[in-house]
Write a protein that binds this ligand. Structure first.
Ligand code: SF4
Ligand code: SF4
Length: 305
């Protein structure tokens, strides 16, 4: 059993802006949420199951600031590392920003992850990021900025803003699922890199648990990453299912590139896929999953240098 389990916790999918690149939303899917008391109990269950880190994500968690503060208190009481992923809407003025960060720190938040991109900027002023970072520094809260990019020239200006401001940021490749499916994209030719994936689980507001927190709930043809619903199974069982699944472990260790090669993809084609698109191509097909499951303990395992 893993000694350090982490999970992305989807308290609600509601968001107050509509980014054109959002993978968490489709135009016609209504927002869903959890009950606070159930969420608090769930965090206790997760802690009992050796979860050590929780990332509050999905829509915009800080719409429900008071609820998140209550959940952070449970995390703190159980010694869990906590992270909130936010668009920073609450940092419209230095005063509002300070108030929010102060309350998050007082209730035990370990780290803030602020999402930023040219799509966010259509809805929120970049000064919000300035205020938010300033408040994090003032209240000694660890933070980083997740800079979502398609690596086009249009992203040079927002990236330069982050560099000029000396903010701590990490570029995150845009994933072309959800609303981003409609966005045009350039052809890519990557290096022949392994494309491994850590795969932390995601818990949805409906208590569905998925083995992948980024895009796993999108594989609706095969339901490949779906582990089960917490109304039907204990947390421990679903974690074990994720940790013991031979194909998941091959994604973690061997990587998608070698799996694609094993399936007969030509190397010239493999280097044109973005990671999650390659993952979808392989694992959102029931036939391919059945074939790989049958071969996971023999031929596929031997497909190594
Ligand atoms: S990307 Fe984040 S901030 Fe933007 S709509 Fe989606 S959940 Fe909201
Ligand atoms: S590559 Fe697959 S497992 Fe990794 S984040 Fe993308 S969809 Fe999830």
């Amino acid at each position: 059993m893993s000694t350090f389990r982490k999970i992305a916790f989807g308290y609600s999918t509601l968001c107050n802006i509509q980014c054109g690149h959002c993978i968490a939303a489709d135009e016609d899917t209504p927002a869903r949420g959890m009950e606070l008391t159930r969420a608090m109990k769930l965090i206790e269950d997760l802690a009992d199951s050796n979860v050590k880190g929780i990332s509050f994500t999905a829509g915009e968690p800080l719409i429900f600031l008071n609820d998140i503060l209550s959940l952070l208190q449970v995390c703190g009481k159980r010694g869990l590392y906590s992270r909130v992923v936010t668009n920073g809407f609450w940092a419209s003025t230095p005063k509002r920003s300070d108030q929010t960060i102060c309350s998050l720190v007082q209730n035990g938040l370990s780290q803030l992850r602020i999402s930023f991109s040219r799509w966010h900027e259509k809805h929120l002023n970049r000064n919000n990021i300035v205020h938010a970072v300033s408040s994090c520094n003032k209240y000694n809260l660890d933070y980083f900025i997740s800079f979502i990019t398609d690596f086009s020239e249009q992203d040079e200006s927002p990236e330069q803003f982050l560099r000029d401001s000396s903010f701590r940021f990490f570029p995150e490749p845009l994933i072309y699922f959800g609303r981003a499916q409609k966005l045009s994209r350039s052809n890519i030719h990557t290096d022949y890199q392994p494309n491994t994936c850590v795969m932390n689980p995601y818990l949805s507001p409906e208590l569905d648990m998925f083995a992948c927190c980024d895009a796993g709930s999108r594989f609706t043809n095969s339901n490949f990453f779906f582990l089960g619903n917490l109304k039907d199974y204990p947390v421990e069982e679903l974690f074990r299912k994720s940790e013991n699944n031979p194909l998941f472990n091959l994604i973690r260790s061997m990587g998608l590139t070698d799996i694609a090669s094993y399936l007969g993809y030509c190397s010239r084609e493999i280097i044109t896929y973005r990671k999650c698109e390659m993952c979808e191509k392989i694992f959102n097909s029931r036939e391919t999953v059945i074939r790989l499951e049958a071969e996971a303990s023999k031929g596929l395992l031997e497909w190594k240098r």
